[in-house]
Design a binder for this molecule. Sequence first.
Ligand code: C2E
Ligand code: CA
Ligand code: CA
Ligand code: CA
Length: 278
Amino acid sequence: AKAAGRNTLRFYDPQMQAAVSARAALEADMRAGLQQGQFVLFYQPKVQRGRVVGAEALLRWRHPERGFVSPAQFIPLAEDCGLILPLGQWVLASACAQLARWSADPLLARLSVAVNVSPRQFHEDDFVAQVLAALAASGAPARRLKLELTEGLLLHNVEDTIAKMEQLRGHGVGFSLDDFGTGYSSLSYLKRLPLQELKIDQSFVRDVLTDPNDAAIARTIIALGASLGLSVVAEGVETQAQRAFLEQSGCDTWQGYLLSPPVPAPDYEALVRRRAET
Ligand code: C2E
Ligand code: CA
Ligand code: CA
Ligand code: CA
């Protein structure tokens, strides 16, 4: 009876009601937006010792009235309502199509594209088949595709996760562990996963010069990566001083506003060409 009372209260709470209908409206808009081609991928270059080595694809929603809606606002909702499944498939198809176009250009062919994969998408039974289908349909080279996974995703069904990663790995697809250090991954199975890369979360990079704890965490991740034979990429690098600190600590690969924010594909191509000339 107590629980029912609470439910009744919640039901008539006008603020709650408004939040529920705002969510429902956003969800309906997202569904329509996917059909109407309002989603687009931006690309953020990843650099190693001054050379662009690839890009991370980041989803953008260009809504006719709301303007650019941040993925932080719609990805969690898309996860909740299941829309992440068609949206995630669209992201894979779109990134693979881009990868295929770039692989025909000598300057761009060697560069990788990293795609963020949400837990719900990864844990679909046919996830491996979905990735392979996106590669086959586009003709994109599997060796240039990287998938960024988060720690939370690895916690459920470890055996199944490893099996899926190994199948894709067998086709040449690479794996990166995103936001490393913010989740709960156990170091003991970190070594069992067929990973090639760890990404230092931007929350550690931000204050790396002023907060000794963040500096220690960044150094520890770099050392851990080195001892496991993984490359380590720092994200959210905004200043030369941060870049210099990371480089001195043994991390020479990074992404961040210091070089470029995520940009439309043609702008990314232009950046790669410009840097190739210098
Ligand atoms: P993330 O994968 O950790 O991506 C890094 C975020 O940091 C991006 O935010 C990027 O724009 C931002 N960033 C890059 N450089 C800097 C910098 O120097 N300073 C600062 N302050 N931020 C920087 P964005 O694009 O808003 O994406 C937010 C999150 O949304 C991503 O975090 C990722 O978890 C998720 N996301 C984005 N695209 C996709 C997608 O296609 N699929 C899925 N499942 N999730 C996505
Ligand atoms: Ca990412
Ligand atoms: Ca990240
Ligand atoms: Ca993040």
